[in-house]
Design a protein around this ligand. Structure first.
Ligand code: TRP
Ligand code: ZN
Length: 538
């Protein structure tokens, strides 16, 4: 629930995300919040790139040392269990991401989440049973493992492989001890019944606002948070390295609507209790858990289809800005333009959740981004829809790889402006660079391995500058081939920035490592031989 934290942090997020609108970016600053004057837009036409500024660790359980992670995540070994029954490993309280030591967990991986929840908006009362399916990845099997769940939700019962399990809530870790040890490689089937008053997880969101379960002025609720969001409403292996499908059956009082990710299902729903209504949504492609969302409110919908017939459904809050309906209607056309750059749209459905909330940011929740009042503009729509390829389909391996999401979604705004409005990107690049060149704070924070809490410091403004430089360095043919081939190669998978660097080298048949490092990993202005590729120096 929004609390006193919301003010300053939401304000910070608002300023930082001002950079989603290029002309609204601070040209530089020590932090995103110092608010120096933005550069004048190159183009005066309203467009995605040149529009007006869009305003826009909990204590680990005792097993913390034993890092046992999915095999896709290269980290250290495991610690043999001492307390559990029989042989096996105690799964670690974190998946092994150095920026967020207790995010995710060790010893298993999840393939799918299926929630069956009831929500009473007037009391903010959530009752839910989550069913998780996955498998045991710890080499020696598991005697105990954790899920991530915020402590304001109280667990009443857990089963593992249909047998009751014992459990303990230690801050945001739900520590589960199955009745018998789980063999290595075995399928995992967990149910967790829990209830409580969900809310916002304060301060956990990389200095870019809180995340979690927000209540709306119209009495409803929505979920948005990165990196922390899912654990505010369901038990989860909360790290993008472990992607999963997602489904929710939601029962709410009659008169309320529910929208979530993916496609609405109407067949085979249980009969709701008197006075209630039940809705089900399913997302059948695996995504990171911060991309799972729900919106419960008295909203209206805008329906459509993509050019190939896939469903487009958007929810418009009763108090959404006037622009929301029009943006919902434009969503299929924006996806068409982006498909031209990035290849086939990777999700089974599309749309958006246009809230009336002023939390000050948008989030690329899968198939259906969440927009809030400061960022309901075409620029942000382009940005969040670009994430469906860069972030949602191709998923970061660690949070230090966030440029794979934000640098590309931000550069998509440039590409859109060039394609749709004929904007001169070289002129824009040069103009912005004039403002940045002698600002050391712009250069000192790198786009990769930026350090915990700094993930979002420069990706929105330096990210597109660096990608445009890369484009001029390797040429349009190679660049446009790469941005289309990358989702084809890594879609549905995790990727690291190292993978991207290797991919560029492979696709160009040249070693561009020094150039890429200078722009993306460097902490100073790139050396003279890299600074003005192509005609950017003229
Ligand atoms: N990924 C979001 C975007 O690019 C920005 C973001 C970062 C965010 N952290 C967040 C949004 C936390 C909501 C909550 O648009
Ligand atoms: Zn983004």
């Amino acid at each position: 629930m929004p609390t006193s934290r919301r003010g300053p942090l939401a304000a910070l997020a608002l300023v930082a995300l001002g950079c989603v609108a290029l002309s609204g970016c601070s040209p530089v600053a020590g932090t995103a919040s110092t608010g120096s004057a933005p550069p004048a837009p190159v183009s005066t036409s309203a467009s995605a790139t040149g529009s007006a500024p869009s305003s826009s660790a909990a204590p680990a359980s005792s097993a913390a040392q034993g890092i046992t992670v999915p095999s896709t995540f290269p980290t250290s070994g495991s610690v043999p269990g001492t307390s559990g029954p029989g042989d096996g490993t105690v799964g670690a309280a974190g998946i092994g991401d150095p920026y967020y030591p207790t995010a995710g967990n060790g010893g298993y991986q999840i393939d799918g989440y299926d929630l069956n929840l009831q929500y009473q908006p007037d009391r903010n009362a959530l009752t839910s049973t989550a069913t998780l399916t996955g498998s045991v990845t710890a080499d020696q099997g598991l005697t105990r493992f954790d899920l991530d769940l915020q402590p304001n939700l109280t667990v009443g019962a857990v089963t593992v492989d249909d047998a009751p399990a014992t459990f303990d809530q230690q801050d945001a870790e739900l520590v589960i001890t199955p009745a018998s040890a789980l063999p290595a490689g075995s399928p995992l089937h967990v149910t967790v019944s829990y209830a409580g008053s969900p809310g916002v997880v304060g301060g956990g969101t990389a200095n870019l606002g809180d995340g979690g379960w927000y209540r709306t002025d119209s009495g409803g609720a929505f979920v948005a948070g990165e990196p922390t969001g899912a654990s505010a409403w369901f038990p989860v292996n909360e790290h993008p390295a472990d992607t999963a499908t997602f489904a929710v059956t939601a029962t709410v009082p009659q008169g309320w609507q529910v929208i979530s990710n993916g496609v609405q299902k109407t067949d085979g729903l249980p009969a709701p209790p008197a006075g209630m209504t039940t809705v089900r949504w399913e997302l059948d492609v695996p995504v990171a858990s911060y991309l799972d969302t729900i919106y419960i409110d008295r909203f209206t919908t805008v329906d459509g289809t993509l050019s190939d017939g896939r469903p487009v459904v958007s929810a418009i809050a009763p108090d959404a800005p006037d622009a929301a309906t029009d943006l919902a209607r434009q969503t299929p056309a924006v996806i068409d333009v982006l498909s031209g750059f990035f290849g086939p749209y990777p999700m089974p459905a599309a749309g958006g959740i246009f809230t009336g909330s002023d939390t000050g940011y948008a989030l690329e929740t899968a198939t259906r981004p969440v927009y809030t009042t400061g960022v309901e503009d075409l620029t942000t729509v382009v940005h969040e829809l670009a994430h469906q390829w860069y972030g949602d389909d191709v998923t970061v391996q660690r949070w230090s790889d966030i440029c794979l999401n934000e640098c590309f979604a931000s550069y998509a705004q440039w590409l859109y402006g060039e394609k749709v409005n004929g904007e001169d990107l070289d002129a824009m690049w040069k103009q912005q660079m004039r403002g940045y060149l002698n600002k050391s704070a712009f250069w000192s924070s790198p786009l990769v391995d930026m350090g915990a809490g700094n993930e979002f410091t420069r990706v929105y403004d330096k990210g597109p500058i660096a990608l445009h430089a890369l484009r001029r360095q390797i040429g349009d043919d190679a660049f446009f081939k790469i941005i289309k081939d990358w989702p084809a190669r890594y879609g549905g998978k995790n990727a690291s920035f190292d993978d991207f660097e290797a991919f560029v080298n492979q696709e160009t048949g040249k070693d561009n490592t020094a150039f890429i490092d200078a722009w993306f990993r460097g902490t100073t202005v790139p050396a003279a031989q890299y600074l003005y590729p192509g005609d950017l120096g003229s």
